[in-house]
Ligand binder design. Structure first.
Ligand SMILES: [Mn+2]
Length: 322
């Protein structure tokens, strides 16, 4: 399957649609599901939006975010269930499985290289900067109009997945789409304000303390930050801050890592590269995945052991210094 045309018969149907977000939803999954969900509502379809976790505070400004339900268990049955930006169905926290048991057609639209093709229909485009870009292509293909609300959701997906158009996936196409979305009513200053200027004074002080904890390897090519377990209660801050951007921002750094203990003996690791090392390959060796320059995994080890294992793997993956 290689484009929106293969999805045409399914979205032409007048049935009911369920959109499922993944755990810890980010700007791309939320922007994509709202963009396509609002477009389908505009076509008179019945649309339900749900996910296993609440919408994080910085994304609550998104048009339609108030309709996203937080589900412990799936309820109801739907003709079509759409997953966006979700490479692994396990990331719906069991919701997809229970919807599937009652019979539904699963549509999987994503841009991750490790997508498991779990849908009845799969459209995976590794060249897309964000899943929001694919939703844009889909809407263009159907000739569905871009309202200012839809433009805002898709623009937010692009901004967040490209790191505000700073990462290597900020392609000419991403900029062209962004220009069109802005022309149709997405407001860059407002979106940036909502995403990046929503901190409290206390959160900024806390961030300052956390930055003191950044460590680097002797050669300066690896930097990492271990989030203290006391932070676990501050989920809003965790969702709002792109903590890994700070170790990554050091000039000499080629690979940045963020470690966070989810519970004793379980550590979530995020990895970012700058082109020298494929961090998705490292994450895959620990059961995770992602993109060549942005990946993650969850390791069943105490913090010190998890840190040692990942830092060893990164050191081995780096090219020898001249
Ligand atoms: Mn994405």
């Amino acid at each position: 399957m290689d484009g929106p045309q293969t999805l045409a018969p399914i979205f032409a149907r007048k049935g009911s649609y369920l959109f499922l977000a993944h755990l810890h939803p980010d700007g791309d999954v939320l922007g994509s599901m709202l963009g396509l969900g609002l477009a389908l509502m505009g076509q008179g379809r019945r649309v339900t939006l749900a996910g296993p976790h609440p919408v994080p505070e910085p994304y609550r400004f998104l048009p339609g975010a108030q309709w996203i339900q937080q589900w412990k268990d799936a309820s109801g049955s739907y003709d079509v269930t759409v997953l966006l930006d979700c490479p692994d169905p396990a990331r719906t926290g069991g919701l997809l499985e229970s919807v599937r048991e009652r019979g539904t057609t699963v549509v999987n639209i994503d841009h991750h290289q490790d997508n498991r093709r779990f849908g009845d229909l799969n459209w995976v485009d590794l060249s897309a900067s964000a899943t929001g870009e694919m939703v844009y292509d889909l809407l263009q293909y159907f000739g569905w109009s871009l309202t200012p609300e839809i433009a805002t959701t898709l623009y937010t997906a692009l901004v967040t997945d490209t790191g505000s158009f700073r990462y290597s996936n900020a392609s000419p196409k991403a900029f062209r789409i962004a220009a069109h979305l802005v022309a149709e009513g997405a407001a860059p200053a407002r979106v940036a304000g909502e995403l990046y200027e929503g901190r409290s004074r206390e959160d900024l002080r806390l961030l300052g303390q956390l930055l003191q904890r950044i460590e680097t390897s002797a050669d300066g090519r690896v930097a990492w930050l271990v989030l203290p377990s006391e932070l676990a209660g501050n989920q809003d801050l965790i969702e709002a801050e792109d903590f890994i951007a700070y170790p990554r921002s050091i000039r000499s750094v080629k690979v940045a890592l963020l470690f966070r203990e989810l519970q004793p003996g379980q550590v979530k690791v995020s990895l970012r590269g700058k082109g020298e090392v494929n961090v998705a390959k490292i994450a895959a060796r620990f059961g995770g995945g992602g993109h060549p320059n942005a990946a993650g995994c969850t390791v069943a080890l105490p913090m010190d052991a998890a840190k040692a294992a990942l830092l060893d793997a990164v050191a081995l993956a780096l090219p020898p210094t001249a």
